[in-house]
Design a binder for this molecule. Structure first.
Ligand SMILES: C[S@@+](CC[C@H](N)C(=O)[O-])C[C@H]1O[C@@H](n2cnc3c(N)ncnc32)[C@H](O)[C@@H]1O
Length: 264
């Protein structure tokens, strides 16, 4: 067998299909939008992301799965056009509020899913997808990002496949299959004739700093799906014994993948 015979796009789709149980709807993201804005926009993760970007020659940016505008808003003052694309109306409403509060008139929103027709999505100098690539078909997503970029593409994708530390999964007695991690993306990009750059960035676990058990359990359920009574009891017993560091679990690690768009 050689690497060329492996269909990484198909392998990813099969792998991702195993983890559909925790896939989120747009309305689930709507509900998270107000709470996410303050945290994401001020995060070290966002600062670290934009610090790695090359803005030379760029006037426009398309931010795919933009959420509350985590990346686009940080850069808008340096650009003439920022388009935030997301399927969650709630996220886009928060992005518009945040842009208005900062007097950023160059920010537009586009309610669209990865899976929709993108024929009217504008091409931009820079295209970004931050923590938003957990799609059923990553081959489709990478082709769309590439097609809409005039100069450069930047994305982050999960390393290791777990949104919740496996130790915490063990504590409740339920292991969720890992999501396909970034290594598929590198292989698919290679097949597309693209030679991306790779680095890593970390983010404090979402469970860190949960003020009480109710909030902690809510955050665990966001990633793992609803917990039943037995699982909630196990989690509570474990939570009572765990230190703050154990409760937080390991930091989340993201692969930061970027490439230049060379003119055809
Ligand atoms: C983890 S948040 C990331 C938000 C922001 N990019 C950041 O890094 O803070 C994932 C975002 O992707 C959006 N999203 C998830 N699935 C999507 C899909 N199929 N089409 C479009 N947006 C999607 C969600 O609504 C959410 O705003």
């Amino acid at each position: 067998m050689t690497l060329e015979t492996i269909d990484f796009a198909q392998l990813y789709r099969q792998h991702q299909a195993l983890s559909t149980r925790t896939r989120k709807t747009a309305s689930a993201w709507d509900a998270r939008a107000p709470g996410m804005a303050a945290k994401a926009l001020a995060s070290g993760y966002a600062q670290d992301f934009v610090a790695r970007m090359d803005l030379r020659g760029a006037q426009s940016l398309l931010d795919v799965g933009c959420g509350p505008g985590t990346i686009g808003l940080l850069l808008a003052a340096q650009l003439q056009q920022v388009v935030g694309l997301d399927y969650s109306a709630g996220m886009l409403a928060v992005l518009r509020e945040q842009a208005a509060a900062r007097g950023l008139q160059q920010v537009q929103t586009l309610q669209r899913a990865w899976e929709d027709d993108w024929s009217d999505v504008p091409e931009c100098d820079l295209v970004v997808a931050s923590r938003s690539t957990a799609v059923a078909d990553i081959d489709m997503a990478l082709h769309k990002l590439h097609a809409k970029a005039r100069r450069r593409v930047y994305l982050t994708h999960l390393v290791g496949g777990h949104f919740t530390d496996p130790h915490i999964q063990d504590a409740i007695g339920r292991r969720v299959p890992p999501q396909p991690d970034y290594i598929y993306l590198l292989n698919i990009l290679h097949r597309m004739g693209i030679h991306p750059e790779l680095s890593y960035l970390t983010q404090e676990s979402r469970l860190a700093g949960a003020p009480d058990f109710a909030e902690f359990a809510r955050r665990v359920a966001w990633s793992l799906g609803e917990l039943n009574v037995v699982e909630t009891t196990r989690l509570h017993d474990w939570y009572e014994r765990a230190s703050p560091a154990q409760r937080a679990g390991a930091p989340m690690r993201w692969a930061f993948i970027s490439w230049e768009k060379t003119p055809c």
